[in-house]
Design a protein around this ligand. Structure first.
Ligand code: CP
Length: 317
């Protein structure tokens, strides 16, 4: 594996899940694999789970880890070619990337969508420059359009908690006061579509995702109908994808907040969210604290998804 940016990069899901199970059984079984190998994690945006789980995963494999917060202590980076650099940006990504690549063996990058330039966001401009110019294997720690480490952890979690071979999984939009990228929702849809689960997406009109990610999923605008017989409810906010509203908040209708009444429509579904979550906007306290909420084991599986990806990279170095 030379890059990990989407579900296709991981190959057959049964094999990926097999590796994840192997690692979860004994996460310290491969401590020699990463000896004298260095992971560089580059953050253009904030993180709690991705930062800690990926660092822990690398340490479990015996790796050295360096973390760079681009907006704290590094030179401000220009990303556009052809710009006259007479402003506050002292360094260009085109030099910075190969320099960073020269100090490490594997690179993880977090770079969110701008939500102002749809074309640049959906071309994954920043992530693809790292892939092109670093000379090292690169993985996404959430990019403009996808969050594959999260989706892989979500899949591992569903496999652990499911009680039927083909569960009904519902991705539901939920309200949030600020515009958020579509990355988690896109990515979750992409990974669910790679399984044979019964996968349904529900959201208010205007929040349609890129059809490329919706794929074979059933889109149901009536949330109550979507929740019927669900085994897993995966809540997430995202801003509008379609023009002319790209990146905009179109609704904060709290009818869409996941509450006990809506969860009662399901078949005793588990509640999932990637975190961080806004209580009583996305989901009520009651649901989040209920025994059906699996957000903590879901977050814990971020260590397993990251370690599985690093394990596969290290085997090819
Ligand atoms: N779910 C997730 O990626 O969390 P962080 O933004 O805290 O890394």
């Amino acid at each position: 594996m030379k890059k990990f940016t989407c579900v296709q990069d991981i190959g057959p899901l049964d094999k990926a899940l097999e590796d994840a199970r192997l690692i979860k059984k004994d996460r310290f079984a491969f401590t020699d694999l990463g000896k004298n190998k260095t992971l560089l994690m580059i953050f253009f945006n904030s993180s709690l789970r991705t930062r800690l789980s990926t660092q822990k995963a690398a340490m479990n494999l015996g790796m050295n880890v360096m973390v760079l917060d681009v907006n704290q202590g590094a030179w401000k980076l220009e990303t556009e070619r052809g710009v006259v650099m007479d402003g506050d940006k002292a360094e260009h990504l085109l030099e910075a990337i190969p320099v960073m690549g020269s100090y490490c063996d594997i690179i993880g990058v977090r770079s969110f969508a701008s939500l102002t330039d749809k074309k640049a966001d959906y071309e994954e401009k920043v992530l693809n420059q790292f892939i092109k110019f670093s000379g090292k294997p690169v993985f996404s720690m959430e990019a403009a359009t996808r969050h594959p480490l999260q989706s892989f952890a979500d899949l591992i979690t569903i496999e652990e908690f499911k009680t039927k071979e083909r569960p009904k999984v519902v991705l539901t939009w939920a309200p949030h006061p600020r515009p958020l990228p579509q990355a988690v929702a896109n990515s979750f849809a992409e990974w669910m579509n790679a399984t044979d689960y019964d996968f349904v997406i529900t959201h208010p009109e205007g929040y349609e995702l890129d059809p490329k990610f919706v794929g074979k999923a059933k889109v149901e605008y009536d949330r109550d109908k979507a929740f019927k017989n669900a085994d897993f409810i995966y809540a997430k906010n995202w801003s509008a994808y379609s023009d002319p509203n790209y990146g905009k908040v179109l609704s904060t209708d709290r009818h869409w907040t996941v509450d006990t009444k809506s969860m009662d429509l399901t078949d005793g579904a588990f509640f999932m969210h990637c975190l961080p979550v806004r209580r009583n906007m996305i989901v009520t306290d009651d649901v989040l604290e209920s025994e059906k909420s699996i957000v903590i084991p879901e977050a814990a599986n971020r260590e397993i998804s990251a370690q599985t990806v690093l394990f596969r990279f290290l085997k090819t170095l």
